[in-house]
Design a protein around this ligand. Sequence first.
Ligand code: HMG
Ligand code: MG
Length: 296
Amino acid sequence: SLPKNVTLIEVGPRDGLQNEKNNIPTEVKLSFIQALHDAGIKEMELTSFVSPKWVPQMKDAQEIVQRVRKNGRQLVLTPNKKGIHAAINAGAESLAVFVGVSDTFNQKNINCSTSESVTALRPLIQQVKQDGHYVRACISTAFHCPYEGFIRPEQTVALCRQFVEMGVDELSVADTDGMANPLASHSLFSNLKTQFPEVLITAHFHDTRKMGIANIYASLQAGVDRFDTSAGGLGGCPFSPGATGNVATEDVLYLLQSLHIETGIDLTGICLAVDEVAPYLSRPIETAMYQLYKRE
Ligand code: HMG
Ligand code: MG
């Protein structure tokens, strides 16, 4: 049976904008974030504390955290010690660490191997958990790696287990390059839900091959009730060549409404939020529900 309630974690301001070529003014990002909250979003990735040389769009992370109106769970991405310290100094309460199952992807993304990341993160996570912070672990290339090809599910489960043992609150398990399918999604997420009942399990699908909605339906059937989605379908990792945006919040909302699943999020409100940022983007918004909204 399907869940009655689902949480959508909005990743538009982070995953959505990190790959955008145009420099988006901080004011516009803050209006986008506020409009997403107004639409009923309760959990959101706001920004990343990463190197501005690697990801220039996220260079205003500190200002975003300091100026955003506090609302619900506001996450920031932190790859390493420097990022974690900068985020906490800026006042961030909830942190998202990120690691790839694939060594090659991790190397391209954060310039070290997967095991080097895990070793460096372990004491940091234990410390911030002791200090009362919420920690989510984003597990990239959980299905497939743009450099190494298909990933064995046992490898993904093993990496997830290491983070569960470190005491993270949540795993966000990602199809980085849009290569998951409904069968693989159902299988991996059933497995994760059974193995790790003590943490929140969230599914993060990129929609490169338009499988996002189908994968979400399959994951709902596996008992997943949390999904990372991006308003306007924005997004893509700069270190995953060809990967497009996350599955779109407004299109997922349409699916969930049709299944009578509650989210507390207003679909038109999400389209209004997209209106805040759309004029500043280098590409048009092509999601089904945003286009219908524009025609009305
Ligand atoms: P590095 O070059 O290996 O770092 O980068 P380093 O320790 O050698 O330091 C080099 C310089 O970076 C130094 O500055 C450091 O101070 C600075 P310099 O002395 O040259 O002026 N530095 C930092 N600056 C700001 N924030 C930091 C930080 N750390 C070091 N945290 C680093 C390592 C991780 C920083 C770099 O590789 C990086 O920024 N990578 C970007 C990764 C990224 O943002 N990827 C996209 C997000 S992940 C994603 O999209 C996937 C996800 O959506 C799930 C999915 O779909 O798969 C989550
Ligand atoms: Mg992503």
